[in-house]
Design a protein around this ligand. Structure first.
Ligand code: NDP
Ligand SMILES: O=C(O)C(=O)[C@@H](O)[C@H](O)C(=O)CO
Length: 277
């Protein structure tokens, strides 16, 4: 079994350096895939109300041989459930679907600035944490300005900001801001959804030099940046490949070479304009 090292979040919780994305893992196959990941060493699962797979995630947690306390389950509040009381209710509903007594990390999925309720939603998340419904609270797709607004309004710094991050979009400025505030960066679509990234010359050459796969080079780059990547794979062998990135390292020059692939967001996911309900 692979042992995935952890870091400590700003609320004292131990947080794995690699987790499993679960977007599109649904039904019996989805649940089997999540069990396989837990059995091979994954301890962090990333779900959301909008993935419509909280039942499968909860079932996988119960079916696996891993003790519940060792697993961190993440879910996210969708845009249509923004607001202070709505957030608490959304979390209760997620708990019901998951069949769990506590969610380990809960995030605001998208800020949806035109709706104007993310600060109230954050207040609801703080209440949910006080009520013991969730352990850690954080956000996703938040900009520097939005993070500042949350902290100024509530004095509570999110534990995590989960954002689009891969070698085509390294998020250098936002990561530096996270470091200043003590927010853990989490990378969504860390493999750029298996686009041409994995056949980029620099990635293939580094894979040959380190006797690793291109995917492992990309995921080790996330580790070197200090961001928790949550690659999604339905395949147990690829899940193991993705988690097995702690037996080698990349030099600062190699990290910089990979970051040189920067060209911007791959999808239309600018949180100032992209909204999801
Ligand atoms: N907060 C947010 O707004 C967002 C959050 N997310 C989260 O981030 C997670 C990961 O992002 P996602 O968009 O799924 O994309 P990823 O970058 O994780 O890429 C997933 C794709 O890569 C393939 N893949 C995985 N491992 C390998 C491998 N070793 N070799 C070759 N191909 C591989 C998968 O196929 P296969 O399954 O067949 O292995 C799948 O097609 C999501 O599942 C979700 O949990 C994603 C988007 C937005
Ligand atoms: O996967 C997620 O968490 C999302 O927010 C997705 O909706 C993502 O933005 C997407 O797949 C857009 O096509």
């Amino acid at each position: 079994m692979i042992s995935i090292p952890t870091v400590t979040l700003n609320d004292g919780v131990s947080f794995p350096q690699i987790g499993l994305g679960t977007y599109n893992l649904r039904g019996a196959d989805g649940s089997d895939a999540i069990v396989a990941a837990l059995e091979s060493g994954y301890r962090l699962l990333d779900s959301a109300v909008n993935y419509e797979n909280e039942r499968e995630v909860g079932e996988a947690v119960r079916r696996s041989s891993v003790p519940r306390d060792e697993i961190l389950v993440t879910s996210k509040i969708p845009g249509r459930e923004h607001g202070r009381t709505e957030a608490v209710q959304s979390i209760r509903d997620s708990l019901g679907r998951l069949g769990l007594e506590r969610i380990d990390l809960h995030l605001i999925h998208w800020p949806n600035p035109s709706v104007g309720k993310y600060v109230d939603t954050w207040r609801g998340m703080i209440e949910a944490r006080e009520q013991g419904l969730v352990r850690s609270i954080g956000v996703s797709n938040f900009t520097e300005e939005m993070l500042t607004e949350l902290v100024e309004a509530t004095n509570v710094v999110p534990a995590v900001n989960q954002v689009e991050l891969h070698p085509y979009f390294p998020q250098t400025a936002l990561r530096a801001f996270h470091d200043e505030l003590g927010i853990r960066t989490e990378s969504w679509s860390p493999l750029a959804r298996r686009s041409e990234l994995l056949s980029e010359r620099v990635i293939v050459q580094l894979a040959e030099a380190h006797d690793r796969t291109p995917t492992q080079i990309v995921l080790r780059w996330h580790v070197e940046l200090g961001s928790t990547a949550i690659p999604k794979s339905a395949d147990p062998a690829r899940q193991r490949e993705n988690a097995d990135v702690f037996g080698f390292s990349l030099s600062a020059d190699e990290v910089a070479e990979i970051s040189g692939l920067e060209r911007g967001r791959l999808w239309d996911g600018d949180p100032l304009t992209h909204e999801e309900m």
